[in-house]
Design a protein around this ligand. Structure first.
Ligand SMILES: [Fe+2]
Length: 183
């Protein structure tokens, strides 16, 4: 599949599954823009990251609900559609999904996917955490605070972000640093 076909596929999937949730669609488009301007990435990696950013939240579509955890449900759908394995893995593991899967008793389902290269995952995490829930610009700290506010303390997302907070901040910092000081 050509690079432009893959991008078109990502856009179509985002519109199909998030069209009824315009704020989430805007958030995903914003994350894709953030990835697009990430420097010092091979073209194929950038393309895969951008498509992953476009579709990372499609698992919120009730039509795709299987486990109730959006990262897994989205990845299951993308794998069934035959998207490249690296995109599927990035979606499965995005933004501390391993912590949420553990909180929800879904580690086994998540580990059915390969973990992507941390360097790429870091960039997706940074893009997700610097795109507000409506697609605006936001800092990582503000975004984490916003998640704590949005989900009650007993919710699996709130609990998992409490546990993954340090990891998410480190991932975002690494991604920021590697854009400025490429390895
Ligand atoms: Fe997101």
């Amino acid at each position: 599949m050509s690079a432009s076909d893959l991008t078109a596929w990502g856009l179509r999937l985002a519109a199909t599954h998030l069209g009824s949730m315009p704020a989430r669609l805007n958030h995903s488009l914003s994350a894709a823009r953030h990835v697009q301007i990430a420097r010092k990435l091979a073209e194929a990696s950038r393309r895969h990251l951008m498509v992953a950013a476009l579709v990372h939240d499609i698992g919120y579509d009730p039509a795709l609900r299987r486990t109730g955890m959006h990262a897994i449900d989205g990845a299951v759908h993308l794998r069934a559609l035959g998207l490249p394995a690296r995109i599927v893995s990035l979606v499965a593991f995005h933004t501390g999904a391993e912590y949420e899967a553990d909180e929800r008793g879904l580690a086994h389902e998540l580990n059915a996917f390969d973990r992507p290269r941390q360097e790429l995952l870091d960039r997706l995490i940074l893009a997700d955490l610097t795109s507000s829930p409506t697609g605006g610009e936001i800092s990582v700290e503000e975004r984490l605070a916003e998640i704590y506010d949005r989900y009650p303390a007993e919710h699996a997302v709130h609990r998992s972000v409490t546990r993954s907070h340090k990891y998410l901040r480190s991932a975002a910092s690494r991604a920021q640093a590697s854009s400025i000081h490429p390895r």
